[in-house]
Write a protein that binds this ligand. Structure first.
Ligand code: SAH
Length: 383
């Protein structure tokens, strides 16, 4: 068991750190077992061999120091905007922690003013760094409170010199009074606006605002399980709903006849289409929109899928999506869930319509935190 000096200062990033990892896994298993009792017996949780430094994305936040032109940087304490000056972290990829420290130094040397939430003045709100652990490529997003970014050239020059593994620097503009980190507008300051990583034997371009699983080691296990549940033979028509940058879709496309996919984020869809081309995959298409609307449209048009993957955000799938899934009547559906509570709710919706859960297995994507991922195989006919 490792200790973290920042836990005492309220960081809260690893809320379960004091619990031995084996016990964490038992607790997560018990939680998923209990929620899924009405549907099936779950298989044993897939834990992580070395459950540290797994996060491929890290955020550093900024605030002005009182009576000074300098700023403080760190991670927000649990449930507040008080900064804990974390310079070493057990969850993050160690290189990301270093890069963010160098980026904060570059910002200080360039005299960038931190955003002051109370006075609503200043510029620098956060920095978000992501690392492709297979390629070593790093993207850095500098979140500013305004579009005008004086000193951006000097900052970019300094940070890319200090960290040659940064392949792109993006200014993300977040003018809103919100605790959401990223805003909707971006300017590329250096590089191409994305990094490239490898996962499950394919290469993926990933933009700052597109979703990408934060634990790449466990993601390969998660997708392998989802693919095993899907039982693809090369003949199936597949739907990947909530597809992100196309990671599941493109992995499945190699084992299916065709894959249609839908995703709300335009940035992610742009990445997904590019990723298909980059990997020479010609049997996958991507639509931008709401998954529920798209599946309802497909069901109305009489389109048929043999297998549907769904990997919705924490709030789960919409009723429109689930009702349309039932009408579209695929042979199998594989639900990848990051929230067992909404998973149980959605399974209960489908159970009332005659669906059965055939297999379910938790995967620990987020060691030392409360979160747990679950993969479920469902079908309408009990086979
Ligand atoms: N399967 C992908 C992404 C899963 S995260 C992966 O493993 O990487 C969930 C995704 O759902 C995010 O990319 C998010 O942008 C998308 N999303 C959120 N609400 C949506 C909706 N209503 N319709 C379609 N996609 C949605």
């Amino acid at each position: 068991m490792e200790n973290c000096l920042y836990a005492a200062q309220g960081c809260g990033g690893c809320s379960l750190l004091a619990t031995p990892y084996e016990t964490q896994l038992l607790q997560k298993q018990a939680r998923v077992d209990e929620l899924l009792t009405p549907f099936c017996v779950t298989e044993p949780i897939i834990g992580m061999e070395t459950p540290y430094h797994y996060r491929n994305k890290a955020i550093l936040s900024f605030a002005p120091l009182p009576h000074s032109r300098r700023f403080a940087s760190g991670i927000y304490a649990a449930g507040s905007h008080r900064l804990v000056p974390v310079t070493d972290c057990l969850l993050q990829d160690a290189r990301l922690t270093e890069v963010l420290q160098k980026a904060a130094e570059a910002a200080a040397n360039c005299h960038l003013p931190a955003w002051d939430e109370d006075r609503e003045a200043g510029l620098l709100r956060h920095m978000v760094a992501r690392r492709g652990v297979k390629t070593g490529e790093i993207s850095l997003a500098v979140v500013t409170a305004e579009a005008v970014f004086p000193g951006s050239r000097d900052f970019t020059k300094a940070v890319t010199k200090a960290c040659p593994d940064i392949v792109t620097v993006v200014q993300n503009i977040n003018t809103r009074k919100t605790s959401a980190v990223l805003g909707d507008t971006e300017k590329v300051l250096f590089g191409k606006g994305f990094l490239t990583d490898e996962l499950c034997g394919s290469r993926f371009q990933i933009s700052t605002r597109a979703f990408y699983q934060v634990n790449p080691v466990q993601t390969e296990k998660l997708y392998a399980l989802a693919l095993e549940y899907a039982g693809l033979t090369g003949k199936e028509t597949v739907l990947d709903a909530y597809c992100g940058i196309g990671t599941i879709a493109l992995t499945a496309a190699k084992k299916a006849k065709s894959v249609a996919s839908v995703e709300l984020s335009a940035d992610a869809v742009r990445n997904a289409r590019h990723n298909a081309r980059m990997n020479g995959i010609e049997n996958a298409v991507f639509a931008c929109g709401d998954a529920g609307e798209a599946l309802e449209g497909a069901a109305n048009a009489g389109e048929r899928f043999d297998v549907v993957f769904l990997d919705p955000p924490r709030e789960g799938a919409s009723e429109q999506f689930l009702a349309s899934l039932d009408r579209a009547a695929p042979k199998r559906a594989v639900y990848v869930s990051c929230n067992p509570e909404t998973l149980a709710r959605d399974l209960s919706f489908l159970k009332k319509r005659g669906w059965h859960v055939l297999r379910a297995r938790p995967v620990d994507m987020f060691p030392h935190t409360e979160h747990v991922e679950t993969v479920v195989l469902m079908s309408r006919a009990k086979d």
